[in-house]
Design a protein around this ligand. Structure first.
Ligand SMILES: NC(=O)C1=CN([C@@H]2O[C@H](COP(=O)(O)OP(=O)(O)OC[C@H]3O[C@@H](n4cnc5c(N)ncnc54)[C@H](OP(=O)(O)O)[C@@H]3O)[C@@H](O)[C@H]2O)C=CC1
Ligand SMILES: CC(=O)N[C@@H](CCC(=O)OP(=O)(O)O)C(=O)O
Length: 343
């Protein structure tokens, strides 16, 4: 059994990890931390876990976490980087759901995250945990930087076009909408029902911290310097990301439907819909699937990709479990076979 620790077990991604891992056939949950709930049973806070675990929340103590094979950090940005070097030195593998190890350049990281990086030397070692791109490196990684939710939906959507060199990589557009759980569970006026309900707005238009992460990933695939306009929006649903992606075709002779189907044919968590279909966020709610469609309106020169994920699953906890499965030689879909909730 894989002995697992979770730092930040009371947040939205933390409880999503718990939901998936209590049903995982090869996992033994060892340590689940919360500073505010230490000593209370997990099922007191989350009755949905009743009957699945007798564990209590514990303080985040590195000695206790060091007894695990793998530790997931489901904490705010800037927390994991203070503990990860010691855990790695003690032979524990780490999957960070936050952004601490996603960017390769420490100065760029500091610029976007507003703090100095505590262990910049580890940025090069960390493997970016997008299995559809980095599966082989993830298998042997000690430290996996789990991608952000928007970056997952956007990169998976653009990937086939960039790999095939079919679009003008200098002028891509990602128009993205997220449910409110993307902002986390901590109190915040902007996510109150009366503030976020019955309304729809863009934010971070002049620059969002996921922009350098997405650009880094797209540049690695295209081998060049990609130009991307990324505009996130907050939409009054709880879970889900809908990314509408636009690019101009540099070569309009390719069969785009066939290209997407071939690229993702062997991917367990990417579903390319038949031509003419459109994905909706509820078709992935609670599941680890990225569902997408490729369109070419009026057979013109603009290609439109629609890519949807559940931000808490393929955008966070599900992808983290997928990475753990790859790292520990498990079936990649172990514990991740849930069908989306409907309605
Ligand atoms: N929500 C989403 O859709 C996504 C989130 N992410 C990233 O995942 C991470 C977690 O997100 P989310 O679950 O939404 O966050 P939440 O705010 O919902 O939860 C944060 C958790 O971290 C714990 N925590 C906070 N500060 C510390 C600290 N200094 N030391 C140890 N534990 C701490 C909290 O518990 P306590 O205070 O009791 O210790 C809580 O359990 C973030 O970095 C986020 O950016 C990534 C992709 C998607
Ligand atoms: C709706 C909402 O607020 N979403 C979050 C993104 C969540 C996420 O993926 O965050 P990390 O990159 O920090 O892991 C945001 O825009 O900041």
């Amino acid at each position: 059994m894989i002995k697992v620790g979770i730092v930040g077990g009371t947040g939205y991604t933390g409880v999503e990890l718990l939901r998936l891992l209590v049903q995982h056939p090869a996992v033994e949950l060892r340590v689940i931390t919360s500073r505010s709930e230490a000593g209370r049973g997990l099922d007191h806070l989350f009755p949905s876990l009743r009957g699945h675990t007798d564990l209590c929340f514990a303080e985040p103590d590195v000695d206790a976490l060091a007894g695990c094979d793998v530790v997931f950090y489901a904490t705010p940005n800037g927390v994991a980087m203070t503990q990860v070097p010691e855990l790695l030195a003690r032979g524990v593998r780490v999957i960070d759901l936050a952004a601490d190890f996603r960017l390769k350049d420490a100065d760029t990281w500091s610029e976007w995250y507003g703090m100095a990086h505590a262990c910049p030397a580890l940025l090069e070692d960390a493997v970016y945990g997008l299995p559809e791109v980095n599966r082989a490196e993830i298998a042997s990684a000690r430290l996996v930087a789990n991608p952000g939710c928007y970056p997952t939906a956007v990169q998976l959507g653009f990937l086939p076009l960039l790999e095939a060199g079919l679009i003008d990589a200098g002028a891509m557009i990602a128009d993205c909408k997220s449910g409110v759980s993307g902002a986390g569970r901590q109190a915040n006026v902007g996510t109150l029902l009366c503030e976020a309900g019955e309304s729809f707005k863009a934010y971070g238009v002049n620059g969002h911290r996921h922009l350098p992460e997405i650009r880094q990933g797209l540049n690695a695939v295209s081998g060049g310097s990609c130009g991307l306009t990324f505009v996130p929006h907050l939409t009054p649903m709880i879970r889900g990301i809908h990314a509408t992606l636009y690019a101009q075709l540099a070569d309009d002779s390719a069969d785009l439907q066939a290209l997407y189907e071939a690229r993702y044919a062997r991917e367990p968590f990417v579903d390319v819909m038949p031509a003419g279909w459109t994905p909706e966020t509820r078709s992935v709610r609670g599941s680890n699937m990225c569902r997408m469609a490729v369109c070419r309106p009026m057979s013109g020169n603009t290609v439109v990709i629609l890519s949807v994920i559940d931000n808490l699953v393929k955008g966070a906890a599900g992808q983290a479990v997928q990475n753990m499965n790859i790292m520990f030689g498990q079936e990649e879909s172990a514990g991740l076979t849930q069908v989306a909730l409907s309605p």
